[in-house]
Design a protein around this ligand. Structure first.
Ligand code: NAP
Length: 287
């Protein structure tokens, strides 16, 4: 029987590419999105690739929608083998410029969304004594970047969340936890982030303005050879390699650009395994 894979945020970008690639590799894919009005893009790609994909509504802010999909998979397939926490939103504003409601909304999707979905699948994976949780973080989960402190705070939070689960739920219940850290993905992400900025007053005329313009000019003016951007398909291939690995890493960058940016944080323990061994020894008397 095929392994089941539940993916969040499949209307566009990495989620959509991963759903098709995983179905091609033989997974039974439950590709979810917060609004089914956007299902046609994925449905068309699945038809072109000649694969079947189950498309369902799941909003990571809505626990009931997460539970409904989880229960359906268990009712039909009896198991959830892989969860890919992919849904996420960008946010470009300084802390002073952001409203509390905007900040809470980013945390709700990027951080709470991952915790909600992981909480929903863990009882099944624990019962199965197997499973994988792959969470799409970012290089912004390791390196703070200008005007991205709210986004980075959510991705740093995911790094700690997954690292902690990996150190005890992993070895005790045979559930693998992996954090993926892309540098940049060709997707709707930048457009959606800039649309959110525009819809909430655009670039404000304050003391941050010249710094924000400098930041945007630097990011947008990068030569392609120096660009962090990978295709969604390339990142999906890295995610799938972790899903298939017998010994998946705790964390992984997805490109040389990302590796270079994070080098000062990751050189000593690139895949997080040394830290896991040390935490196991210090807190659980393992080793
Ligand atoms: P994308 O094309 O914008 O895709 C993001 C997906 O998340 C969309 O399907 C979006 O749905 C979905 N989403 C947003 N809010 C949601 C909610 N409440 N419930 C369920 N789904 C929701 O961007 P992407 O690049 O593929 O992003 C995928 C992941 O990669 C994200 O976690 C992002 O943080 C991470 N990442 C991206 C980059 C980059 O440069 N693009 C770099 C590093 C990491 P809608 O279409 O309905 O909005």
């Amino acid at each position: 029987m095929s392994e089941t894979m539940l993916i969040t945020g499949c209307s566009t970008g990495l989620g959509q590419a991963l759903a098709v690639a995983a179905a091609r590799e033989g997974y039974k894919v439950y590709a979810t999105m917060r609004g089914l009005a956007k299902r046609d893009g994925l449905a068309t790609r699945a038809a072109e690739a000649g694969v079947a994909i189950e498309i369902r509504r799941l909003d990571v802010r809505d626990s009931a929608s997460i539970a409904a999909v989880g229960e359906e998979i268990i009712a039909i397939d009896g198991r959830i083998d892989v969860l890919v926490n992919n849904a996420g939103v960008g946010f470009v504003r300084s802390t002073e410029q952001a409203s509390e409601a905007e900040i809470a909304a980013v945390i709700d999707v990027n951080q709470m969304g991952v915790i909600r979905c992981t909480k929903a699948v863990l009882p099944h994976m624990r019962r199965q004594r197997s499973g994988r949780v792959l969470t799409i973080s970012s290089v912004g989960g390791l390196v703070g970047q200008p005007f991205n402190e709210i986004y980075c705070a959510t991705k740093f939070a995911l790094e700690g969340y997954m690292e902690a689960l990996a150190c005890y739920v992993g070895p005790v219940f045979n559930i693998h936890f992996t954090i993926l850290e892309p540098g940049g993905i060709q997707s709707e992400f930048a457009n959606s982030t800039l649309a959110q900025l525009a819809a909430t007053g655009g670039i404000l005329d304050d003391e941050y303005r010249p710094v924000l313009e400098q930041y945007m000019g630097t990011v947008q003016g990068r030569e392609w050879a120096n660009s962090p951007y990978q295709s969604a398909e390339d990142v999906a291939a890295v995610v799938l390699s972790c899903a298939r690995s017998e010994t998946p890493p705790v964390r992984m960058r997805t490109s040389p650009w990302g590796e270079e940016l994070c080098r000062l944080k990751t050189d000593v323990d690139p895949d997080g395994r040394k830290m896991q061994a040390m935490v196991g020894e210090m807190f659980l008397g393992q080793g």
